[in-house]
Design a protein around this ligand. Structure first.
Ligand code: AHM
Ligand code: MG
Length: 332
């Protein structure tokens, strides 16, 4: 019989990789695991209980909030409040960061998108949770905005949970990427995907194709090349699900700048940075077209950025197109 390794066991084993680890980060990761098991249970009830549909409010980015968004946000906040390892959180659903008074001297802050892919909640299509963990940069006491506005390269851990045909949690602490599948019969995440690496060459492109005529010329040129080269097109409309597929099968996920949203749609701090950390740790690349996502300067919590992420050959090609076209522009 294969030995089962649960997420909690794996986290404890991996703590030995960090000689001075005190167990706080491990505790935090376990609490996020717990919160996502509860979210998974609730998501699975959508349609039965009165938890589908809009909550009747808008989030910090002006988008309609779903009841399940609120539920997932509250669950994560309460698990992190109880953990004692986290001095503050920032999330897609809250205009500003939330200090945690009970553990105000704790070392870490957590940023998250509690339920990504909101538009798919009511139609039984995969959605997800995304999280990023940073070590605070302020002194002890209540956390400050600067704790949250750190470059992606400073992440100590990041991950996502995809609530799909099965529920999977994938995370990294900067030493590779591992994936765990929730076994509902025992209520545990079990190691199912050890040391995930993304294929170097991709054959799938993922972008909201309906906005083609709003994309800049570089993105249009790249997409036309993909089609000519016989690539497949796949787009779920939940970033977590699209990036998960990209990680496992290879390809590229794009949310570019458009004429109506020059900075794209996706948020740097709790969508792009954490997923970029995963993709890079798996051997892939993530850029805004000219700069590495994880080196972009964060100036506000809900800042957006265009993003191209996935297999190196495809991301390299996008950058090549952008560089070549900008040289032509400068010459003429
Ligand atoms: P959300 O966090 O409110 O769900 O919005 C983010 C989602 C991503 O999951 C997905 O990639 C994108 O929005 C889809 O947007 P669009 O419908 O413009 O293609
Ligand atoms: Mg989102």
């Amino acid at each position: 019989m294969n030995t089962i390794i649960t997420l909690d066991e794996f986290i404890i084993q991996r703590q030995k990789d960090f000689p001075y680890a005190t167990g706080e980060l491990s505790g935090l990761l376990r609490d996020i695991g717990l919160a996502s098991k509860i979210i998974s249970r609730e998501v699975n009830k959508a349609g039965l209980a009165d938890i589908s549909g809009q909550a009747g409010t808008e989030n910090a980015s002006g988008e309609a909030v779903q009841k399940l968004d609120v539920l997932a946000d509250n669950l994560l906040i309460s698990c992190l409040q109880n953990s004692g390892e986290c001095c503050g959180i920032a999330s897609e659903e809250n205009t500003t960061y939330v200090p945690i008074q009970k553990s105000k001297n704790a070392k870490y802050v957590v940023l998250f998108d509690p339920l990504d892919g909101s538009s798919n909640i009511d139609v039984n299509v995969s959605i997800g949770t995304i999280f990023a963990i940073y070590r605070r940069v302020s002194d002890d006491g209540e956390c400050e905005l600067k704790d949250f506005l750190q470059d992606g390269v400073e992440q100590v851990a990041s991950g996502y949970v995809v609530y799909g045909s099965s529920t999977m949690l994938v995370y990294t602490t900067g030493k590779g990427v591992n994936g765990f599948t929730l076994d509902p019969s025992i209520g545990e995440f079990c190691l199912s995907h050890r040391d995930i690496t993304i294929p170097e060459k991709g054959k799938i492109y993922s972008i909201n194709h309906s906005a083609f005529y709003k994309f800049d010329e570089n993105t249009q040129q790249f997409i036309e090349e993909c089609i000519k080269n016989g690539c497949n097109f796949r787009y779920v409309g939940s970033m977590v699900a699209d990036v998960h597929r990209t990680l496992i099968k290879g390809g590229i996920f794009i949310y570019p700048s458009t004429s109506s949203s020059p900075n794209g749609k996706l948020r740097l701090l709790y969508e792009c940075n954490p997923l970029s950390f995963i993709i890079e740790q798996a051997g892939g690349r993530s850029t805004n077209g000219t700069q590495r996502i994880m080196e972009l300067e964060a100036t506000e919590l809900h800042q957006r950025t265009p993003i191209f992420m996935g297999s190196t050959d495809m991301v390299d090609r996008v950058e090549e197109i952008i560089t070549t076209n900008s040289k032509v522009m400068t010459k003429s």
